[in-house]
Write a protein that binds this ligand. Structure first.
Ligand SMILES: *[C@@H]1O[C@H](CO)[C@@H](O)[C@H](O)[C@H]1NC(C)=O
Ligand SMILES: *[C@@H]1O[C@H](CO)[C@@H](O)[C@H](O)[C@H]1NC(C)=O
Ligand SMILES: *[C@@H]1O[C@H](CO)[C@@H](O)[C@H](O)[C@H]1NC(C)=O
Ligand SMILES: *[C@@H]1O[C@H](CO)[C@@H](O)[C@H](O)[C@H]1NC(C)=O
Ligand SMILES: *[C@@H]1O[C@H](CO)[C@@H](O)[C@H](O)[C@H]1NC(C)=O
Ligand SMILES: *[C@@H]1O[C@H](CO)[C@@H](O)[C@H](O)[C@H]1NC(C)=O
Ligand SMILES: *[C@@H]1O[C@H](CO)[C@@H](O)[C@H](O)[C@H]1NC(C)=O
Ligand SMILES: *[C@@H]1O[C@H](CO)[C@@H](O)[C@H](O)[C@H]1NC(C)=O
Ligand SMILES: *[C@@H]1O[C@H](CO)[C@@H](O)[C@H](O)[C@H]1NC(C)=O
Ligand SMILES: *[C@@H]1O[C@H](CO)[C@@H](O)[C@H](O)[C@H]1NC(C)=O
Ligand SMILES: *[C@@H]1O[C@H](CO)[C@@H](O)[C@H](O)[C@H]1NC(C)=O
Ligand SMILES: *[C@@H]1O[C@H](CO)[C@@H](O)[C@H](O)[C@H]1NC(C)=O
Length: 687
């Protein structure tokens, strides 16, 4: 289990004496060094509170709450008091929802109730475990009675990553560093967001009023909503969920980015496997249909989330190299794919008959996003089938279906005049999701189309990011993750960096955000309003689906691409965009992958050193670069047309023929402040 994985990784770094390691950039890691946390600062004091600040830090203090009063802290536990007083606490992720009445929200209307304690004498007050909040930045402490109460200490227990030992939360197996501080913070905030989304599976689901409280049946006139999280959502002792506050459920779509981000940061495979197992446990064994979400939600069919569950298995196999896990799931996988294949009609494409997707509108018919995801999934299935020695007649029939989807999508859905794909045949809407996915999946069949999509979507960016026109006025950090990859595949690495800085920079730096995690969605004018929801405080501020940059930076910029299980076959194809240097790496069960590169004056790769595991094989792609690669044992291989093939695992260094390296490399590390303060932000609550 995880502790073994981690000690193996630590050993690996030690024995290889690699020049780089996760520990080198520890100052960027947002996870705490211990599970016991105390408030960092006082945000606001209302009424008469003496010495509110004495409750920050880990010393015992004395904050006296006189009459009706309140303090907003970062987080807490409540200590000694007089008799017959009431004290309450509540939590919010965004400062926008700090309230004298309660928490931010988990239901479709209103806010969530505060937790109140009647105090009869000195002691310690502790909420029950099902009132674990999952994520908050602000903790409010209320006193609503006349008289006074003295609070001595506030303590929060950090509950995410329950299967990792208390002082190992910062033991990352991966790292990323470049000359761009914002980009570095984005990588680490993505890693931290997924740690918060890794929960004890016995405390899932905070959506207790789903379908019961809505904009017409809830809200202030009904009073604050009750809330609690006590649904068991998977087996095992940890599980990867969509969001830390809500839904605290397994959603396969969200895993599309959470899984690769976990892989390159913490390599916490068991939490992924537990989540996937819970989805496959809900598969209809007759039809093959997989659920929209895991245990805790009513069952609904979603054409796309069904496919994301299948992609989840393919990803797990790719990153873990665990063939027996794949073999155990294979009959269920084939049944699931056969179910999707049954929706292909005489157009050659899937006809989507269920509107459920990532909460966009208009999901139906021959939809470009769904058919692109389908095309991608079938191709994943063909590689999985080959790894398992599956009957080639079956795999050939899958390949035929995939080819038909691609041909039909390009014939029926490409809009030449717009230079973008239409959502379906009967609309002029050109969606962000389908256009991004068409490129990511390989449905887009010419470079011209890819370039045109890249330019077309970039031209739509507003001051807060890329709009998802298929979801009213939403900015979707989920779909924009696919847009990042689309720009890279279309050859515009700078566009991917620009979008990260614009959109993820906003998500980190705006004062209404947490400065440590990524939000589920917001509106194109920067309001904390996400079109699919009627209730703004409901939005989750720590959502795994918003962590696309973390894996995208590692796979595309440091250029480490795993091509077969565990990385037995790899490709090193870095790009810099406008970055001057990149140093990144991660480990799989096979060993360490790392690459360090700096830019030449023209922005091409000027220097490169990379390491791949012994016994693995791969190739290097450096378009436009001439020179050779030298292994640590002296073997030298020339680049031919910017490529070197059939390299064996080891450490290789690029020698470029005449190039002027730009400033960067080791010098840039000096830009780092050696003691970046750890700012505790979104925190889980328990005690
Ligand atoms: C403190 O007062 C401000 C201004 O009235 C209010 O917005 C805020 O919700 C109050 N905070 C608490 C924790 O009661
Ligand atoms: C304080 O809050 C508690 C819990 O909601 C409530 O029972 C009590 O009546 C309140 N007291 C006052 C004076 O509002
Ligand atoms: C709101 O919830 C009630 C049940 O609590 C239900 O009868 C009603 O149809 C719901 N309204 C909407 C708009 O979903
Ligand atoms: C979860 O908590 C609610 C509210 O206290 C309770 O009614 C329910 O029985 C609990 N469910 C489980 C599975 O413990
Ligand atoms: C746990 O595993 C058992 C046996 O496979 C299965 O029946 C059950 O549904 C699983 N529970 C969850 C919550 O996935
Ligand atoms: C499973 O699928 C079959 C065949 O489509 C259907 O008849 C059955 O109702 C489904 N079972 C459940 C539990 O939904
Ligand atoms: C086609 O796309 C438009 C725009 O998204 C949508 O309004 C319409 O419902 C879609 N058609 C079908 C059959 O889903
Ligand atoms: C998709 O299937 C539905 C339900 O069978 C049907 O009404 C609709 O016409 C089909 N759409 C297309 C584009 O063929
Ligand atoms: C790449 O995208 C940027 C927007 O970030 C744009 O300004 C630039 O023109 C694009 N470059 C190319 C070669 O298309
Ligand atoms: C945000 O967090 C970073 C560390 O990740 C810190 O350097 C910075 O000061 C914080 N910004 C604010 C406004 O708190
Ligand atoms: C060398 O690499 C090429 C392309 O990656 C591959 O087709 C070929 O089989 C490899 N040859 C050997 C001997 O591994
Ligand atoms: C040197 O390293 C290369 C690449 O790792 C490998 O193919 C070769 O067999 C090694 N040669 C010796 C003598 O170890």
């Amino acid at each position: 289990m995880a502790p073994t994985v981690k000690s193996t990784a630590a050993l690996l770094f030690a024995t290889l004496a690699s020049p780089a390691s996760a520990a080198q950039y520890e100052q960027y890691i947002l996870a705490p060094s211990s599970r016991t946390l105390h408030p960092v600062s006082v945000y606001q004091v209302n009424g008469s509170v003496t010495n509110a600040a004495s409750l920050t830090g880990d010393a015992v203090g004395s904050g006296v709450f006189q009459d009706v009063s309140a303090v907003t802290y970062d987080f807490g536990k409540i200590g000694d008091v007089d008799a017959d007083q009431y004290i309450g606490i509540s939590f919010t992720e965004s400062s926008l929802w700090i309230s004298s009445e309660g928490c931010d929200a988990t239901a479709d209307a209103g806010i969530d109730e505060a937790l109140w304690f009647q105090v009869d004498g000195p002691g310690t007050l502790t909420p029950d475990r099902k009132h674990e909040r999952g994520a908050f930045r602000y903790l409010n402490v209320y006193h609503n009675t006349t008289g006074s109460i003295e609070v001595q200490q506030i303590t929060v227990e950090f509950t995410p990553m329950p299967h990792w030992s208390d002082n190992s939360l910062r033991d990352y197996t991966g790292w990323f560093h470049s000359n761009d501080e914002l980009i570095n913070r984005i990588w680490y905030a993505g890693a931290y967001t997924n740690q918060l989304c890794t929960i004890d599976p016995n405390y899932g689901s905070a959506i207790v009023h789903l379908g019961e409280i809505n904009s017409t049946q809830g809200g202030p006139k009904f009073g604050p909503d009750t809330w609690y999280s006590n649904t068991t959502i998977s087996n095992g002792s940890s599980c990867l969920v969509d969001g830390a506050k809500r839904d605290r459920l397994v959603w396969a779509g969200d895993m599309a980015f959470a899984v690769p981000a976990v892989t390159v940061a913490t390599y916490d495979l068991i939490s992924i496997a537990n989540a996937l197992d819970s989805l496959f446990g809900l598969q209809n064994k007759t039809s093959g249909q997989l659920p929209y979400a895991g245990v805790g939600l009513f069952d609904v069919y979603s054409a796309t989330y069904h496919l994301y569950s299948l992609i989840g298995i393919a990803d797990y196999y790719l990153y873990s190299g665990d063939l027996s896990y794949l073999r155990n799931k294979w009959s269920q996988w084939k049944l699931g794919l056969t179910f999707s294949l049954s929706f292909i009609d005489d157009s050659g494409m899937m006809n989507v008959t269920s509107p459920s997707d990532w909460l966009r509108f208009g999901m139906g018919g021959h939809n470009i996003e769904a058919n692109s995801i389908f095309y991608y999934t079938i191709n994943q299935g063909i590689s999985l089938g080959r790894a398992l020695g599956e009957d080639s007649t079956l795999l050939d029939s899958w390949a035929k279906s995939a080819a038909d989807i691609k041909t039909s999508a390009n014939r029926l859905l490409w809009d030449e005049s717009a230079g973008l794909y239409r959502d379906n045949e009967t609309t002029t809407l050109h969606p962000q999701d389908g256009n991004s996915w068409a490129v990511v999946s390989g449905v887009a069949d010419t470079e011209e189309k890819m370039t045109s999509i890249s330019a077309g979507l970039a031209a739509r960016w507003g001051p807060y990011g890329a709009p998802a026109v298929e979801a009213a006025d939403a900015v979707s950090p989920f779909i924009s993750g696919f847009e990042l990859q689309m720009h890279l595949l279309a050859g515009n690495a700078s566009a991917a960096l620009d979008l990260m800085r614009l959109q993820w920079g906003f998500m980190l730096n705006d004062p209404r955000m947490t400065n440590s995690t990524f939000i589920e969605g917001y509106s194109s004018d920067g309001r904390l309003h996400y079109a699919p929801y009627t209730n703004d405080p409901r939005i989750s501020h720590a959502h795994g689906w918003a962590t696309g940059p973390t894996s995208t930076l590692t796979f595309f910029f440091s250029g480490i691409k795993l091509l077969s299980a565990g990385g037995q076959k790899w490709e090193i194809s870095p790009v810099l965009g406008d970055l001057r240097n990149v140093d990144a790496g991660f480990s799989t069960n096979l060993g360490l992958f790392s690459s360090q590169l700096t830019a030449a004056e023209d922005g091409s790769v000027g220097s490169l050193v990379f390491t791949t595991p012994p016994g693995s094989t791969g190739s290097v792609k450096l378009p436009g670069v001439s020179g050779s690669l030298t292994s640590t044992n002296g073997t030298s291989v020339s680049l031919v047309g910017g490529m070197a093939r059939n390299l064996t695992g080891g450490t290789w260094t690029l020698q470029r023929n005449s190039v002027v390296p730009a400033q960067g490399g080791a010098a840039a590390k000096g830009l780092l402040s050696p003691a970046l303060a750890f700012v505790a932000a979104a925190l889980a609550f328990l005690l």
